[in-house]
Every structure is written in structure tokens, then in C-alpha cells.
Design a protein around this ligand. Structure first.
Ligand SMILES: [Zn+2]
Length: 211
């Protein structure tokens, strides 16, 4: 199903991005949905990761979609992002069959009632044969990353993640919704490599402008 149709499955009657009136069950108007229908950015590099891919920039209208999903309790929107990941895996098919989501902290889980990344993975699994291993655990609640500078972000994620169990896979995909400084993704990749994984490739929905 084309992304534009998926985006149409969900609620409000105003475009989340430009505010234009749209029919019920949509979340973006056609013009806004077309902007993000199909692109995958060029790979970029981050410490500890073999490669990193993002579907699009963390900008309007994708930014509004992600924020609505995460902060306004719209778990049903997970399918929209699973479609984007599916597109990415079609472009980059490196035959990696295990995906590990970056975990939600316990505090964020309690607040939202769902693990945003894991839910997208569950939705992806309906579309493609891939094993989801929820083996990373995030420690305590800290200052939200968005309020920290680059150096503070690097410090705040050190020691934050650990492995609940090892994976038998030698190569894994790491999934996070938004990459900002990349500190979280790098730290998760480091933990996976220390746990015996040989290669980690990052998939993200959106990448914010570099630090
Ligand atoms: Zn619009």
C-alpha cells in the first residue's frame, strides 16, 4: 500500500502539518503526504555503527507525524512508520534478519502506555520476515535529550543502556525513531558490540540536522 494511503487511515480532519481541512480519517493533506512518500536519505556515519540510514529529515511534515504519534497517544499510527521502514529495507536489503529497537525508558512507558519503537517493530513484522529482539534495556529517567547540548547528550547516555540478554545474530539492525546527535544510537551499538554482535546498522525514521 502506498504510504499516502496509509497516512490517510488516521484520524483528524485537519492536516497535522499545514492545518488545511481534510477528510476524516486522514492525518496529512495530499500535498504534505506526497512530500514524504518514498524518500530515503543517503547513509551517514556514526561511531560504532557500520552504516546509518534515515527515511527523511526531522522536519515538517514528518516531524508533526512523529510528535503526534509519540506525545499525543496515537499508537495506531505505528503502521505509517512501519511502512517507511519497509521502504527503507527495500532500498537497503543487506540480508540482516534481526532488528533491535532502542528501548523506551520505564518513565516514558508509564506516561505513554506503549513502547513507541517496539510498536513500530511489531507492525513491521506483519509486512516482512524479520525477527524483533527486544534485548536492550534503558536505565533511569534523565533530562530529556532535546533539552541538552551535544556534549551533555553524550554524557547522559553513557551507561544508560544494557543488554537483557545476548543475541545469537552476528549482524543486527538497530532501530530508533529520531536521530538527533546520534549519541543514543552509538551507545546502543557499543553495548551490542560488547555483547558479541559483529556489525550494527542503524535505521531511523528521521534525522535531525547534524550537531
Ligand atoms: Zn498539509
Amino acid at each position: 500500500m502506498k504510504l499516502i494511503n496509509m497516512v490517510s487511515l488516521f484520524f483528524p480532519n485537519r492536516c497535522l502539518s499545514c492545518g488545511k481541512d481534510i477528510s476524516l480519517q486522514k492525518s496529512l493533506c495530499e500535498e504534505c503526504a506526497e512530500l514524504i512518500d518514498g524518500p530515503v536519505m543517503a547513509p551517514f556515519s556514526l561511531p560504532y555503527l557500520k552504516r546509518a540510514y534515515a527515511y527523511w529529515r526531522y522536519e515538517t511534515p514528518l516531524k508533526e507525524l512523529i510528535q503526534t504519534y509519540k506525545f499525543k497517544d496515537r499508537p495506531r499510527m505505528a503502521g505509517i512508520f512501519a511502512d517507511m521502514l519497509f521502504d527503507m529495507l527495500c532500498v537497503f536489503s543487506d540480508n540482516i534478519k534481526v532488528v533491535v529497537p532502542v528501548p523506551t525508558t520505564v518513565q516514558a512507558f508509564r506516561k505513554r502506555g506503549f513502547d513507541t519503537n517496539y510498536l513500530i517493530m511489531k507492525s513491521l513484522r506483519k509486512r516482512i520476515s524479520i525477527k524483533v529482539e527486544d534485548i536492550l534495556v534503558a536505565g533511569g529517567g534523565r533530562t530529556p535529550q532535546s533539552r541538552l547540548g551535544v556534549e551533555e547528550r553524550k554524557e547522559s547516555v553513557k551507561g544508560k543502556f544494557h543488554l537483557r540478554e545476548r543475541t545469537s545474530a552476528e549482524r543486527v539492525l538497530l532501530f530508533d525513531d529520531v536521530v538527533t546527535s546520534g549519541a543514543t544510537a552509538s551507545q546502543c551499538a557499543k553495548v551490542l558490540l560488547e555483547g558479541g554482535v559483529k556489525e550494527v546498522v542503524l535505521l531511523a525514521i528521521a534525522k535531525a540536522k547534524g550537531p
